[in-house]
Design a protein around this ligand. Structure first.
Ligand SMILES: [Zn+2]
Length: 81
């Protein structure tokens, strides 16, 4: 029998034994039920927005680097003078 892994807000662990094939005791199994954290309707949208912003933050300097390389004079190979 393992102990319930539930942590109280003061940081102490629950003293009850966990249910069989579970990490929590009967009292805390319900409280920590994952389905209770059901999706917020905008959660996916917000995550995608953040992903898009991060992607842009990554790509903008890269784009500007490529742009500056293209605009730099006299770098093209085979063109001397
Ligand atoms: Zn517990």
């Amino acid at each position: 029998m393992t102990r319930c892994v539930y942590l109280h807000s003061d940081g102490s662990q629950c003293i009850s034994d966990a249910l069989e094939n579970a990490d929590f005791c009967g009292e805390h199994a319900y409280e920590t039920d994952v389905t209770a954290l059901e999706e917020h309707p905008f959660r996916k949208l917000v995550l995608r927005l953040i992903a898009l912003i991060l992607l842009l933050l990554l790509l903008i300097p890269y784009y500007r680097f490529l742009q500056s390389v293209n605009m730099a004079p006299g770098i093209e190979a085979g063109e001397s003078g």
